[in-house]
Write a protein that binds this ligand. Sequence first.
Ligand code: F6P
Length: 355
Amino acid sequence: MHVGILTGGGDCPGLNAVIRAVTLALINECGARVTGIERGFLGLLTRQVRPLDARSVEGLLAQGGTVLGTHNRCDPFHYFGAGGADCSDQAMAYAHEMGLDAMVAIGGDGTMSIAQRFVEAGLPVVGVPKTIDNDLMLTDRTFGFDSAVSVVAEALDRLETTARSHGRVMIAETMGRYAGWIALEGGVAGGADVILLPEMPFDLEAVADYCRAREKDAGYTLICIAEGAAMKGEGMTVRATLPDSPDPIRLGGAGQVLAHRLEPLLGSEIRSTLLGHVQRGGSPTPYDRVLATRFGYHAAQLVRSGNFGRMVALRGDQCTSVAMSEVAGRNRVVPPDDPLLRTAMGIGVMLGQPT
Ligand code: F6P
């Protein structure tokens, strides 16, 4: 059996751990030949591949990023390098020429959408869900999320001491696109006083009132805002638009905007820190190393049993699989009845709503 592996979309901690687990499981359990496809689906068009074996995946478990490289703009069905033309035939022809029996695509909703189209075109693909945003449908967790949350928690710990010393309002902005999972879990883990999520447009006056009250009482306020959070009646803060990307909007700057809008309403000074790609870099946490290894092993089992068009998923504590078509192009946001959201409210975290 000859199996290809690729990583698509934005990188995240744990990708290498999945590559390692898929490769080792396929070699150990069925003597498969494994080939890494470089830079996501682009490698199928540019014919950039490399063999993977037990030796080449050594030391990958704890290594951040992806040794295969990735690409967040290459959709062979709408290839920017050819003016948006459908070049999928070229990719399929190369996969056949290599003699690929199956492919494992590790990525987010965009990668799953493309992978699903390849399944429909006749290439057997298994998906593995990755993203620090934790916003993929039908899986309770994606690997990379825990690592991002630990970065946010550590940043808030550090911002708290300086906020307290100076009696300031400190704002930390997290990633997460249209979902508030990183801000919610990172904010709770880092003891934020205010957590602002894309799912709950916030009331600026209410946030100002809360900060004023803390000015008198604690003397400082720690705010954790998701990049997708917006004031009631206003839009999200867009950092850039990339027309040749399948997901063209890049959010960023919500924390700075909040600082500008809050400052005139408060007596205290405000500083905003954009955590940015620091959340995506570096070594995966032990939780993510284990989850990535479980996902990689499960993906190898799906390949071996011929369960294609499926994405590995975590439901409760069990690894299972779901139809890739049900995940493609959809996002999972924080529901109003999320238990952690209720917990945060219950312990008095301000979520941007008037009392
Ligand atoms: O989806 C992962 C993510 O890190 C988002 O949280 C963020 O909005 C986006 O990717 C950033 O993308 P880029 O790496 O293109 O700036």
